[in-house]
Ligand binder design. Structure first.
Ligand code: DAH
Length: 368
């Protein structure tokens, strides 16, 4: 005996509304509308009816079918949404959690400045290069157009390290006096185009409020077929603007001397100095910020790069000095005393966003 159509409809709608998941819903659908489904069976029964009955019953069946199908679709949508919501809720990570109270660590101002510098040059397409702290004289001096007895060696108070395998002074090692050594290391490994910055530790025998025996520099090197002093100027101008977060900043280049660049220059930025404050930007004073120049042909030759085909520019700046300037830290020696109170005061929370608004102070000096 066939179930009454009304019963069947109510029964199915009831089942649909109670389906717990999409799988259960699909099972119901097969049981009703599948090949041997209850509604399908009733449809098959139409064949035995008279034309008049067929018309009447056919219409009724169709209406039930449409109603059931609509209910299936609605329920499927609701179940899919519920499943998605459950999944999203289960996979949620609460990124808004506050850091725990007991977190004491701070990012050192030098690390912070390093991150900022790397971010700025990274955006200009520079890669980060590296070299050892203990260098031979070839990389730290000779290949940088500063052979033994060259007067420019006197520009830096070098720490030499005896070479256990040679009594000859020229074979002794140094703790690198400048990240410029990484220029050589990079060009030895790679033919142009080259576009690197090399941040790292450097060492000189010097100690006062603006000098410590260990300090940090960032070297920059670009070598390509058409590299000009104009490129150097544009690159460094963009850098100082980004670093000091100013739309415009007066800059000037003074002729200088470094053995590995020709011509060589020092770059000053405009500032206003008063007894208590140093304000970067417009003003009548100048502040030296970095050394730079066009790579000397002898340096390219020392690295087997043909100076007739390639030119380059280089620059070097002192990270610690930039940190002193930007964050108004008066004494460099305090950077390396590992005083937690100092670090708490001048350091940065690990999640702090870069802030260019720290008080600025500091004075003179070159690439350190
Ligand atoms: N190495 C230099 C120093 O320590 C800084 C420097 C000047 C680096 C000019 C450069 C440069 O690459 O072109 O004083």
């Amino acid at each position: 005996m066939m179930e009454s159509l009304e019963n069947l409809k109510n029964n199915v709608l009831d089942q649909i509304s109670q389906a717990a998941d999409i799988k259960a819903l699909d099972d119901i659908k097969v049981a009703v509308l599948g090949k041997k489904g209850s509604l399908t069976e009733q449809m098959k029964g139409l064949a035995a009816l008279s034309l008049e009955e067929k018309k009447q019953k056919g219409q009724e069946l169709n209406q039930v079918k449409v109603a059931i199908e609509a209910a299936f679709d609605d329920k499927r949508e609701a179940l899919a949404a519920a499943e998605m919501n459950a999944k999203l809720a289960a996979e949620t990570i609460d990124v808004t959690l506050p850091i725990r109270d007991e977190v004491q660590g701070r990012i050192h101002p030098v690390s912070k400045i390093y991150e900022e510098v790397a971010a700025i040059f990274g955006e200009m397409g520079f890669e980060i290069a590296d070299g050892p702290d203990i260098e031979d004289q070839f990389h730290n001096f000779n290949a940088l157009n500063t052979p033994a007895n060259h007067p420019a060696r006197q520009m830096q108070d070098t720490f030499y390290i005896t070479n256990p395998e040679s009594a000859n002074f020229d074979d002794s090692f140094v703790v690198r006096t400048q990240t410029s050594a990484v220029q050589i290391r990079t060009m030895e490994k790679k033919q142009p185009p080259i576009r690197i910055i090399a941040p790292g530790r450097t060492y000189r025998s010097d100690y006062d409020a603006t000098h410590t025996p260990m300090f940090h520099q960032v070297e920059g090197l670009v070598v390509d077929k058409k590299t000009t002093f104009a490129n150097l100027k544009g690159c460094l101008y963009d850098f100082v603007k980004a670093f000091f977060e100013l739309d415009d900043i007066p800059v000037r280049y003074r002729p200088s001397y470094f053995p590995f660049t020709e011509p060589s220059a020092e770059m000053d930025i405009g500032c206003k100095k008063s007894k208590t404050e140093l304000k970067i930007g417009a003003g009548n004073d100048w502040l030296e910020i970095l050394g730079c120049g066009m790579v000397h042909p002898n340096v390219l030759k020392a690295c087997n790069i043909d100076p007739d085909e390639y030119q380059g520019f280089a620059f070097g700046l002192g990270l610690d000095r930039l940190a002193m300037l930007k964050y108004g830290i008066p004494d460099l020696r305090t950077f390396f005393e590992s005083d937690v109170r100092w670090l708490k005061h001048y350091g940065f929370l690990p999640l702090d966003l870069s802030s260019m608004t720290g008080g600025l102070s500091g004075q003179g000096g070159s690439a350190r």
